[in-house]
Design a protein around this ligand. Structure first.
Ligand code: ADP
Ligand code: ADP
Ligand code: MG
Length: 461
């Protein structure tokens, strides 16, 4: 087993990794930026090393600083969390070259999955269905127009290196395409330093259903059920659940097996997620995320498997200690991402100081957050403040529990999207388990309007 792990991340995921390490008796080194000196995981780690200024490029993305810190503090492994360097193939290789275990897949596997356009081709040859689209990247407006004509409008222009819902533009006709192409390309260059584009047919009102997989170094790959992440705003997830509601056992198994084929096609190792679009009974490969996912907790609640613990075991060279047939899905789990966002200003990020904080608890409730009373949520990084998870024996029980959790949830100091999530939990489309990725944007005005009415009523009391 690994003995000392450097946590190359911050926020709630750094804390999540630290907790798993401590439970396994693994020491931790928090590599933190100047903005995170007061962070909870920095205080709880065995040792902490400041690796640079607040700007991620100079700290959490600074490979040399991280490798030097790991070696100087006697670490034998590095956990990259999500975002930052977690899907950086060169960093995975560099860890290996420095004699450190990268807690994730090999550079080669990350490279194969990481170019979203190349991954589509690879998946097609592995027999995993993909959406109709360009064969490989499109490198000019003319090529994009030709590919779009071939698959038919509307289409999505997508960045090969994309992530976090960025570098994606919708395009309804050839007239819109040049502007969409330029816009997506510029965003991709700014966000990912790589402006390669590809194109997919836009699936109208699909569901986002993804499959969690684990693969060990001994060649065993298992899937741990599915998650529905259709409740999205601007291609970003807001509320997730496991299992995806209303799928037949046959469809679930077909998607699970396709995810295993996808992982095997890239020589995967560790925890990963294969994302699909679901259109009726048809599913299409969208991308593979070669890291722990933000919403991994809902899978942990319904399977009882600690995914970060499994990551650490796998990176230590241990085989999976269960088989596919041992995986049982029990009940239903929901997650609400509570972000520091201002609903009255188009949900723009608005982090700040936490004046008062109280998290819900009780049976079947989990809150993953790095916040504490008096701390400051930094403006330098993403605006995730807390993940609230609820587990019930049935979906309705989980929904009721989550409503109760959000009623109890108190965070003063900056606005959040928690009230919007609360409204979603009462919406008939959500309650029936019928959300598509279009749901939130289609119903946003009525959801917000309702919030306002409730607010007014409270003001009257
Ligand atoms: P998930 O896919 O795990 O549900 P998100 O898509 O919300 O989660 O991404 C998780 C975090 O990682 C977010 O903070 C997001 O900004 C960041 N992220 C994801 N992909 C990339 C990427 N390719 N480059 C930079 N940051 C990314
Ligand atoms: P990212 O790497 O940014 O997570 P994805 O390829 O996973 O990008 O797409 C993000 C979201 O965009 C998906 O969850 C889905 O809602 C939407 N999306 C992506 N591709 C398509 C498509 N071909 N048709 C319809 N919606 C899509
Ligand atoms: Mg995605």
């Amino acid at each position: 087993m690994l003995k000392r792990v450097l946590i190359a991340n911050r926020g709630e995921i750094a804390l999540r990794v630290l907790r798993a390490c401590r439970e396994l008796g693994i020491e931790t080194v928090a590599a933190y930026s100047e903005a995170d000196a007061e962070a909870l995981h920095v205080q709880l780690a065995t040792e902490a090393v400041c690796i640079g200024p607040a700007q991620a490029a100079e700290s959490y993305l600074n490979q040399n600083a991280l490798l030097t810190a790991a070696l100087a503090t006697g670490c034998d492994g590095i956990h990259p969390g999500y975002g930052f360097l977690s899907e950086n193939a060169d960093f995975s290789d560099a860890c290996g070259a420095a004699g450190l275990a990268f807690i994730g897949p090999s550079g080669d596997a990350i490279r194969k999955a990481g170019s979203k356009s190349a991954a589509r081709e690879l998946m097609r040859s592995a027999g995993v269905p993909v959406t109709p689209g360009s064969n490989g990247p499109v490198s000019s407006v003319e090529e994009a127009l030709a590919a779009a004509e071939a698959v038919g409008y509307p289409v999505l222009l997508k960045a090969s290196a994309g992530g976090g819902g960025r570098g994606i533009r919708r395009c309804g006709s050839g007239k819109d395409l040049p502007a969409a192409y330029a816009g997506a390309k510029a965003e991709a260059a700014a966000c990912f330093g790589n402006d390669e584009m590809y194109l997919e047919k836009l699936v109208l009102r699909p569901r986002h259903v993804e499959v969690q997989i684990l693969a060990d170094r001994q060649g065993h790959t298992v899937y741990l059920g599915d998650r529905d992440c259709s409740v999205q705003r601007r291609n970003q997830k807001l509320l997730e659940e496991a299992p995806a509601p209303g799928l037949s056992l046959e469809l679930r198994q077909a998607m699970g097996r396709a995810a295993v084929r996808a992982a095997e096609a890239v020589g995967y190792e560790g925890a990963g997620t294969v994302e699909f679009l679901l259109d009726g009974e048809n599913f299409y490969f969208m991308e593979m995320n070669t890291r722990i996912q933000v919403e991994h907790g809902v899978t942990e609640l319904v399977t009882g498997v600690d995914l970060v613990r499994q990551q650490l075991r796998i990176a230590s060279g241990l085989p999976l200690d269960f088989r596919q047939e041992d995986v049982r899905i029990q009940g239903c789990a929901l997650e609400c991402r509570v972000n520091a966002e201002d609903p009255s200003r188009d949900f723009c990020p608005c982090p700040g100081k936490v004046e008062f904080l109280h998290f819900p608890g009780g049976a079947g409730v989990r809150v993953d957050s790095c916040l504490y009373n008096g701390c400051t949520l930094s403006p330098y990084y993403d605006s995730l403040a807390a993940k609230v998870l609820a587990h019930g024996t049935t979906r309705l029980e989980a929904i009721r529990k989550m409503r109760r959790c959000l009623e109890e949830f108190t965070l003063e100091g900056f606005p959040t999207n928690a009230e919007l999530s609360y409204e979603i939990l009462f919406h008939p489309v959500f309650v029936r388990g019928r959300c598509t990725t279009a749901f939130l944007e289609e119903h946003l005005p009525e959801l917000l309007d309702f919030s306002r009415r409730v607010g007014e009523r409270e003001d009257e009391v």
